[in-house]
Design a protein around this ligand. Structure first.
Ligand code: F6P
Length: 363
């Protein structure tokens, strides 16, 4: 059977295990020899025990676990050609020419570059005598399928990335918990949530918890935000509310592109309203814990689709990424999505926030 390997790369996210499981089982079902690559690209470069054959039962009882059981890393060695040569050799030795990479845009871009460079890498390995001529011919083409695992929901082309829904559940559980203590003491809480430069988590959490105010990177407020925010908080108190909740995305900015931090928001509240105010930074709690049903099912669907895409690939097939589009699992050209995601980052840097939202196509 064809050699296929699955690995997770970059920041972990809930639902990655469901995806790994689906890849392994669909791979075996379709007659492949399936491998895990542990610790992301680092494991691919280091080889040895990091690349192990998987069987049907090696992915039993992982679907409910958060994180990624095969480990993940942000790898520097793979950024160097020497590292990629080692990685290529490790794959060839095991007959692996199909890769499922589960990660964010950086990890997916790395995989695509690897694919483009594959021929050169093999030529060099042949010249060095590290692989045989037969191996050079037999393993001439590398196929890549990507799955987007990230809590940030910041990738263009897919409605939801694997992990976002679970992170959102974690956030609203935490905010619900905060609400009860805030109520007792008539306090204002500022909740900082993750998402890097994407406000999806902040905005969705704000809607789901009836927060009073939200700061999201794509929606920078004008200079009068302190007045507007304080007015809104006061209005709520006057209407009988015993507490206020403000959500600040970790990437929140003002229209000059300067960060709006939880500390800054707290200062404004305390100075103007003299409210008893606390900050809660949710941090990595958002990335942990059991994956939601949605993320488990998403991981299953995307993992199975990725393996099918690889099995249908022909030598010229471009790398693809699995995407959820209107609740359908579809395959899109990986590089187009990566380019679009980069265009969003550029629009954000250029302070073209509406364009960024439009390019992303949702949220
Ligand atoms: O991309 C996922 C994410 O959790 C972001 O929301 C956050 O900014 C970042 O990763 C944190 O990175 P690290 O886990 O390296 O601290």
């Amino acid at each position: 059977g064809k050699g296929l390997a699955v690995f997770t790369s970059g920041g972990d996210s809930q639902g990655m295990n469901a995806a790994v499981r689906a890849c392994v089982r669909m791979g075996i079902y379709l007659g492949c020899k399936v491998f895990f690559i542990k610790e992301g690209y680092q494991g691919m470069v280091d080889g040895g025990d990091n690349i192990v054959e998987a069987n049907w039962s090696s992915v039993s009882s992982i679907i409910h676990k958060g994180g990624t059981v095969i480990g993940s890393a942000r790898c520097m060695d793979f950024k160097e050609k020497v590292g990629r040569l080692k990685a290529a050799k490790n794959l060839i030795e095991r007959g692996i020419t199909n890769l499922v990479v589960i990660g964010g845009d950086g990890s997916l871009t790395g995989a695509n570059l690897f694919r483009q460079e594959w021929s050169d890498l093999l030529d060099q390995l042949l010249k060095e005598g590290s692989i045989t001529k037969e191996q050079r011919e037999k393993y001439a083409h590398l196929h890549i399928a990507g799955l987007v695992g990230s809590i940030d929901n910041d990738f263009c082309g897919t409605d939801m990335t694997i992990g976002t829904d679970s992170a959102l559940h974690r956030i609203i559980e935490a905010i619900d918990a905060i609400v009860s203590t805030a109520y007792s003491h008539q306090r204002t809480f500022i909740m900082e949530v993750m998402g890097r430069h994407c406000g999806y988590l902040a905005l969705s959490a704000a809607l789901a918890t009836e927060a009073d105010f939200v700061f999201a990177p794509e929606w920078p407020p004008d200079v009068n935000w302190p007045t507007r925010m304080c007015k809104k908080l006061e209005q709520e108190r006057t209407a009988g509310q015993r507490l206020n909740i403000i959500i600040v995305a970790e990437g929140a900015i003002d229209r000059d592109g300067k960060p709006i931090t939880a500390e800054k928001v707290k200062e404004v509240v305390v100075e103007n309203l003299k409210q008893d105010t606390r900050i809660t930074v949710l941090g990595h709690v958002q990335r942990g814990g059991s994956p939601s049903a949605f993320d488990r099912v998403l991981g299953c669907r995307m993992g199975a689709e990725a393996v099918m895409a690889l099995m249908e690939a022909t030598p010229g097939t471009e790398a693809c990424v699995m995407s959820l589009d209107g609740n359908q699992a579809v395959r899109l050209p990986l590089m187009e999505c990566v380019e679009k995601t980069k265009a969003v980052a550029k629009a954000m840097a250029d302070k073209q926030w509406d364009l960024a939202v439009q390019l992303r196509g949702r949220s």
